[in-house]
Design a protein around this ligand. Structure first.
Ligand code: DAK
Length: 258
C-alpha cells in the first residue's frame, strides 16, 4: 500500500483494515480521504490474499461526515466538477464484503459511509445521525434512500428533517447494525467477523453480497432470477465441488477461490 495521509492500512490475516485517520477533525471526509479510501479498498478488492475488509475510525468518531470547511464555499457546479458522487458510487462497486466498525459519531456522510458497507459492528457509544438539516442541506450520499429502506419512513423523516440521532441500541433494534459490543471490543469483533467471512468460499461470498445488494435495485422477480443465475454459476466453480465433496466425506473444505 502507498503512504497515505488521511488513512492507515494494515492487514490481519485475510482481512484488510482501513482506519480513517483525521482524529482532530473527527475523521471528516475531505476529498483526499475519500480518494485514499477508495484506492485502498480497490487494492484489497484486487488482492487474492484478502477476503474481506473493515473500515473504522477511532473511539470518538467513525466520521462526522463530509468536511464542512472544504465544501462551505463551493458552488453547485464545483460539486458537480469534483465528481463527488462518482467516488461514493465506486465504493458500492467493491466486490468483497466490507464491515464498518463504528464507535462514537457516524454523522452525515459518516453515517452514509457505514450504510454503504455490508455489515456494521457498533460499539455501545455509537451514534448514527444525518445532521445536514442543521447546516441548511440534506443528505447527499444515499442517506434519504438507504435509511428509509432500512428504518422505514417515520424514523428516516425524523433523522433527516429534525436531526434525530440513533444510539447504538436503537440502531440494533431497527436493524441498522449487526451487533453492539462494549467499546473496548468493537474493532476486534469486526475483525473477527470479517476473518470468519474471509475464510469462506470466496466466489460464493462475492455472489452472495451481490445478490443481497441487488434486492435494493431490482423487483422481486428480477432479484429471484439474478439469485438463481448466481446459484447455477457457482456450480461451475471448483469450490462448489470441493464444498459438497468435503460435506459428504465429513472433512474440512479447502477453498481455492475459483
Ligand atoms: N467537517 C469539518 N470539520 C469537522 C466536522 C465536519 N463534518 N465535524 C467536526 N469537525 C471538526 C470541528 O470543526 C473541530 O475542529 P477545530 O474547531 O478544533 O479545528 C473538531 O472537528 C472537533 O469538533 P467539535 O469541537 O465540534 O467536537 P464536539 O465533540 O464538540 O462535537 C460533533 C462533535 C460531531 C457533534 C460536531 O463536531 C458536529 O456537529 N460536526 C458536524 C457534523 C455534521 O454536520 N455532519 C454532516 C456534514 S455534511 C455527497 C456526499 C457526502 C455528503 C454530501 C453529498 N455527494 C456524493 C453528493 C455529506 C455531507 C455531510 O456529511
Amino acid at each position: 500500500m502507498p503512504d497515505y495521509t488521511d488513512i492507515l492500512t494494515e492487514t490481519h490475516g485475510r482481512v484488510g483494515l482501513v482506519r480513517l485517520n483525521r482524529p482532530k477533525a473527527l475523521n471528516a471526509l475531505r476529498a483526499n480521504l475519500l480518494a485514499e479510501l477508495l484506492d485502498a479498498l480497490k487494492a484489497y478488492d484486487a488482492d487474492d490474499a484478502i477476503g474481506a475488509m473493515v473500515i473504522t475510525g477511532n473511539e470518538k468518531a467513525f466520521s462526522a461526515g463530509a468536511d464542512i470547511k472544504e465544501m462551505a464555499d463551493a458552488t453547485a457546479v464545483d460539486l458537480m466538477d469534483w465528481g463527488l458522487s462518482d467516488g461514493w458510487h465506486r465504493i458500492s462497486t467493491i466486490r468483497k464484503p466490507i464491515i464498518a466498525a463504528v464507535s462514537g459519531f457516524a454523522l452525515g456522510g459518516g453515517c452514509e459511509l457505514a450504510l454503504l458497507c455490508d455489515l456494521i459492528v457498533a460499539s455501545e457509544t455509537a451514534q448514527f445521525g444525518q445532521p445536514e438539516i442543521t447546516i441548511g442541506v440534506i443528505p447527499g450520499a444515499g442517506g434519504t434512500q438507504r435509511l428509509t429502506r432500512i428504518l422505514g419512513k417515520a424514523l428516516a423523516m425524523e433523522m433527516v428533517l429534525n436531526n434525530r440521532f440513533l444510539k447504538a441500541d436503537e440502531a440494533l433494534a431497527h436493524g441498522l447494525v449487526n451487533r453492539v459490543v462494549p467499546v473496548e471490543r468493537y474493532l476486534d469483533e469486526a475483525l473477527q467477523l470479517a476473518g470468519e467471512i474471509a475464510a469462506r468460499a470466496p466466489v460464493a461470498v462475492r455472489l452472495g453480497k451481490e445478490a443481497i445488494n441487488s434486492a435494493y435495485e431490482l423487483s422481486l422477480a428480477e432479484g429471484l432470477a439474478a439469485e438463481e443465475r448466481a446459484f447455477y454459476l457457482l456450480f461451475s466453480t471448483e469450490d462448489q465441488k470441493e464444498g459438497m465433496r468435503a460435506f459428504v466425506e465429513k472433512c474440512a473444505p479447502e477453498w481455492k477461490g475459483r
